[in-house]
Design a protein around this ligand. Sequence first.
Ligand code: GDP
Ligand code: IMO
Ligand code: MG
Length: 422
Amino acid sequence: MKKVDVVLGLQWGDEGKGKVVDVLTPGYDVVARFQGGPNAGHSIHFAGDSFVLHTVPSGIFRDGSVNIIGNGVVIDPVILMEEIAAIEAKGVDVASRLRIAKRANLILPTHRALDAANEAAKGKSKIGSTLKGIGPAYTDKIARTGLRVGDITSDNFTARYEALKASHMGTLKQLNYEADITEYEKKWMEAVEALRRFEFIDNEVVVNRYLAGDTAILAEGAQGSLLDIDFGTYPFVTSSNTLCAGACTGLGVAPSAIGNVLGIFKAYCTRVGSGPFPTELNDEVGETLRQIGHEFGATTGRPRRTGWLDLVALKYTVMMNGATSLIMMKCDVMNDFDTVKAAVGYKVNGQEIDWFPYEANDVAVEPVYKEFKGWKADTSKCRTYDELPQELKDYIKFIEDYTGVPVSIISVGPDRSETIYR
Ligand code: GDP
Ligand code: IMO
Ligand code: MG
């Protein structure tokens, strides 16, 4: 009996999950996304080409892979069909590789309008949502009023759609939000029809049969652990469980069926949208990280906030995910830095603590930094661990000692080839 290995982000998203899943897929038969939706933007680079995937698992470009969109994902048919068209344009036979969970909830055009209306109503305390309708779609799921992929083929789909839409329109009116969804709704209906040519599955059964048949499965998370609905910086979070536990509920596998948990982090930190970010750098160093790291949202194009690596936060998310190994991304971005810093503690109300505090939204969290000598070398050319500069090895060793988890992969550039295995 095989177990499901899980790849997930340990920070605020955009750690490089797309690249890592693409790189690891040759070792797996199946890749399965377990939560989130088109708020995600997972970039993949190979052979001089680049792609951003939102809903489709990042294993799609590998021959022979099966890619499952799990029940924990929320799907906007318009965005999914646009994505599929772009992948098909590259000559990939998506229909033969993609399976979609019947139990995955649909994002309606009115969910997008509600997302915008909710954000507008928040005034200054906006979450900074990607406005893809994620929150409202998960709200309907939890309220047991949502529409699911499996409903598309039922006779009363249109009637149920109209009823849900009418209820959303009522809410929008209460919020005094004028939304013209006519055009998007037309595209949405066409996309729903187009989706029918893909295989809709009971993913919990399919996935568990695969495991019983010794088929290797890689589960792909979206967002990051600090955006988790329960343990992230609520309310500045997304609306799903981004932690490893989400792979169980988002695919229908038992906790005992989880194998390796591969936690991804950048050598520094970024965050898009509002909310606490203790190590944020609103200075030249922050701007340098943004420019060299091309830290602009893959989904929205928004500039990402940047800062030093936060080991307090990392240890917290390693703990909740039970990460068995770490994958460190974007070391190359700091190649020219004289000094690199990482937070190893926080000062809150004059007291030093070593965990991520509940109060982070309301009180000043002042990081306590440890300084490292910069490596000042072009790591993007390195292909083995031995070739890495000693200063970077020291940085990695400190992170391993601090978190208690080994760093098994080091990424030194966006391309598939720019990857070091230990
Ligand atoms: P994801 O959402 O976790 O899949 O990450 P994104 O794709 O949103 O953001 C990561 C960005 O960093 C993408 O533009 C990647 O192409 C890029 N990237 C990934 N790994 C590396 C790396 O090691 N070095 C550099 N310079 N860029 C990387
Ligand atoms: P990937 O999978 C980074 C952030 C948004 C916002 C908050 C809520 O590419 O790492 P939502 O649209 O879910 O209502 O937004 O979460 N956010 C992400 N930040 N990477 C992502 O996905 C994100 N998905 C959502 O910026 O702050
Ligand atoms: Mg992203």
